[in-house]
Design a protein around this ligand. Sequence first.
Ligand code: GDP
Ligand code: IMO
Ligand code: MG
Length: 431
Amino acid sequence: MPVAVVVGMQWGDEGKGKIIDLFAENVDVVARYQGGHNAGHTICFGETEFVLHLIPSGIFHKGKLCVIGNGVVVDPMALQDEMRQLEEVNIELEGRLVISDRANIIMPYHGVSDQGREKGDGKFQKIGTTGRGIGPSYADKIARTGIRTCDLRDEKFLRSRLEANHEEKSLVLKSLYGKELSELDALYSDLMVFREVVLKYLDDTHVLMNNLISRDKKILCEGAQGTMLDVDHGTYPFVTSSNSSAGGACTGLGIPPTKIDRVLGVMKAYTTRVGEGPFPTELFDKDGEQLGKVGHEFGATTGRPRRCGWFDAMVARYAIKINGIEALILTKIDVLDGFKTIKVCTGYKFEGKVYADMPADPKVLESCEPVYTEHEGWMQKTAGIRDFDELPQKAKDYVKHLSDLLETPFLIVSTGPDREDTIELGRLFNS
Ligand code: GDP
Ligand code: IMO
Ligand code: MG
């Protein structure tokens, strides 16, 4: 039953793309279970650097099956663009890419509504979304008014779904944001173009996944975003609109919980966040600047600068609990190479109380004071090191300290963006 889930443990951009691409070599299937083209998963090997938004991060490994699950929201334009870009670099998609016929489609009105809400002159809570229509599309899914990929098979049904939505969305967009929605026929004809491209990739992915499981195929479920952006467990309302935590792999792919046997968590050696919302260890000083500069902390999807701060063990401990993580992957340790002192947050202090568990109250998260331990930096290059023994002693101590603090072993320590810049301490699957 070799099914593993890889989740982000912080606020996204932990380096999941790099790690999933690395693991993909030794699995049969990589399957995305939630999110949409808000994700940006960077993959680097040799001269190639590619940012994937929707297509699973196993696509650069020949012969591996890549599945977009029912839990993903699919933007037709973004998917077609990404498919074209991959074809331009000679990546074969036919026979390798499968898209769930139960996935919800992001329509242009979702993007308009997302951006409208974000610019709402203080009327609405600004989240700092990617503006890609993710929230409004998931909202329609839950409201049972969404258009799904299987609807593309039935033109009459599709048209009637679209008509009902068009009427409602035209009114809402006009009255709330003063925006005119495109004509119904234009929306419909774009869907018809998408239909031509995508029909051959659609399949009943719960059947596929369960067949693959019964044939003992090795499956890697790819999470997007991170635990702290999970709609249930993250820093609500400053979250995305799906379950990015490990539970999402079951609902987003139709895999029963009893069939998942490994959950691995990816975390940066420090913390970043894009968009609004609480971030207890955020730095506004030269250390923060250095993390951003050395770590090239700009969003892979929107290009926005990422907010930077020290490693937060409160966040990591919480992610371990929520996801059931039994092995850790540490990325970007090389970004800490030039720091004389490195801090790690072990608790939050608020109104005289030190919290040991993640508080739900945004007020506490906004105003708490992080409790730090300090570590002497190694002030030597770790970038590109591939053998744990070659790390400077103080870098080894930092890794050991995190592992002790989190009571969880490390499987990988990543020392650079390239596939090869990796210290492997264990295997994804033992057989
Ligand atoms: P994802 O969304 O979790 O896949 O992460 P992103 O791709 O958005 O952001 C991670 C960034 O860090 C990318 O630019 C990666 O190429 C880069 N990266 C990944 N691992 C490492 C590492 O160990 N060291 C350094 N310096 N960069 C890394
Ligand atoms: P990957 O998979 C980092 C953030 C946005 C915003 C919030 C809600 O690359 O780690 P949304 O557009 O989803 O409604 O925005 O979530 N966000 C991400 N931050 N990495 C991501 O994905 C993100 N996807 C969404 O910045 O704060
Ligand atoms: Mg990213």
